[in-house]
Structures are given as C-alpha cells and as structure tokens.
Design a protein around this ligand. Sequence first.
Ligand code: ZN
Length: 373
Amino acid sequence: MEDLKAAGNDAVHNGNYLAALDFYKQAIDAVEENKVDDLAALHSNCSFAHLKLGQSQEALVEADLVVALKTNWSKGYFRRGEAYFALKDYYNAERAYAKASELSPDDTSIKKKLTLTQEAMTGFYFRQLLPGRDFCKNASDFIEQQIFSSAVQMQNYIYLVGDAKTREAVVVDAAWDVKGIKAYAAGENINLVGAVVTHYHFDHTGGVPPPPFDAFGIKVPGIRELAVEDKLPVYVNKNDAKTLLTANEVPSDAIVELEDSAVITVGTIKLQFIHTPGHTPGSQCMYIQRSPQDMLLSGDTLFIGSCGRLDLPDCDTKAMYTSLQKKLAVLPDSTRVYPGHNYGGPYTSIGDEKKTGFLRPISEKEWLKRNRL
Ligand SMILES: [Zn+2]
C-alpha cells in the first residue's frame, strides 16, 4: 500500500493527476478496512487529484468519505470546502472551511480560504494591515529602517476596503511604506482606486514628521506618492485638506474635499464619511453598512477604551464631545469599530465603548472638566 501511495504522490508531483488517482485507488483496495487513518488520507488525496482534474463533484464525494471516516480531522472538511468552492457553492464551502478552521485554529491557509469564500459570498473586500506584519518589512537602507521601526512603534493600522468581485479598493491612511502597501494589494490582485485620509497627521499621511523628528531631513512616504505616482484621488475632509496641500505637497487636482456624510462608491461598495472633529478639525470616520454588523473605521477619533489626543495645537475638546456623543454613540451598538492604531487589539464595538470606553454617557460640562488642559 505504501508503495502505491508513494507512486501516487510522485505522479501528483509530476502533475499527472490521472495516474495519481489510479495509484491511490489501487492503494485503497489494498488497505485493510480497519486502517481508518490510511483510508482517510488516501481518500483525501483522491479528492485533491479530482479537484486538480476539474472533477469537483467527484472531489466532493471523496471529501465526504474522508469526513465520514474521521469526523475530527480538519483535512476532510478542508477538502470538502475546496470542492464546494470549485462548485461555486460558497454557502457550503464556508461551512466546511469554518469547521476545518475550528479543528485547526492555527492553520492560516484555512483561514485565508475562509476569507476568500466570505468575500465571494458578500462581494466585500476588507483588510486591516499592521506595520512589521503586513508592510514595513525588509527595509532596503538605513533611512527606511528608521522609518519602518517608527511605524512599528506607532502601531498605525492601514486599511484596504473595496469590492471583492471587481478587485478595486481604497487604501485608508497610507503612510510609512507605500511600496509595501502597493505590494500587498498587488499580491491580493487588488487595484487601488483611491486614498482615504482620516486626518492630516503625518503618521496617517506621510510627509515631514513633527519636531524634533523633522531635524533629520527624512520624509515619510505616504499620500503624496500615491497621488503623484499612481494618480490616485485623495479623499479628505475639507477642514484637513489644506495641510495636505502645504505640508504633504499633494497636488491640488488630486484632492477631493469631503463634507460631512459624503458618500463614495468603490465597485458596488458604499463608503460613507462622518465628520468627527476634535483630534483635528477635519477628522473623519468611514462608515460601511454590512451584515451581520456595520463597520466604522474610526481613525484617531475613537480607540479601544480611549479617544484621540486632545493636547495638540489643533485639537478641540468641545468638538470631540459632540463627535463622540452625538455622532458615534448614536450608531448601532453592534457596529464594529476599527481604529487608526493598534492600542490593545484589532477592533471594538460601539456597544462596548458605550459600556466601558469613551462613548459612555457623560454631560458636556463633566467632559470639559475632565479633559481640561
Ligand atoms: Zn492623529
């Protein structure tokens, strides 16, 4: 049996899936019926070979046999997911991949397939990128090394949001490593069609860092490069637009000034902006209606258990009160909140922040007293 299995694997290696199937089926005939592990592995291999031959229905039959033999083996569910995905039955593919992922929670390749299936079902593309993990890796010189290590220290999240079917997305708060962000998008077959700015601070847009870091003559790559090299439109609230022109030197014809509640569409996906001044005059959040929960990209307005700094020259504590209490706290509790920095996790929710964070009900008077600078 081992010889036949090895011959099958060799055939797979050489791309000869018909021969591989033949060997695996002979091996199955040669295996004693009580050798469940061996049988399951062989049927799994048959499923794979059928899939490679474009025989998705046969691949599914073999995957079902694997699951019947070994109900707690993630591989069987993974094979089932692969077969359903090939059959474009995304509902059952998702269920199968989810079960596989539950049985092998550390397997990133299963998670990736699960994400792809959900994208195929919903048409929605969303990625949360972290410096050091998804970009700002492998600096090519000393300067870049300094920039990348600052990004890792600052923990800026960058987001890609768009249409999974048309493969178009906007990048939110692109800074630090434009090359790396573009490489990530290209690796996912995503075409960047715009750059969204939650607010003008350099760690979200690039450009010259504030003192004392401006002394080194280093410019952080960001929005300007995307506007100039890639001709991307830059979506910024009108109150923060001026800084992008002057400090970031973004060409004026690239800048799209947004009002409160402006909507842009990427493919079929609608992105709505909520003007939330306070951290800067033009801070804005991006709201996306999704099932089962809506999403809010909150920039530096709302973090897990806190809000953006209010001690910088352009900050407005009173405006922040209105932004938090009148504009964000009124969103559905289930809304998932994706902040501009990784301060304690990837996301929170409006409901959780209303219970334990900076959306807790508070009077304006009390808020101003607590945040007196
Ligand atoms: Zn900021």
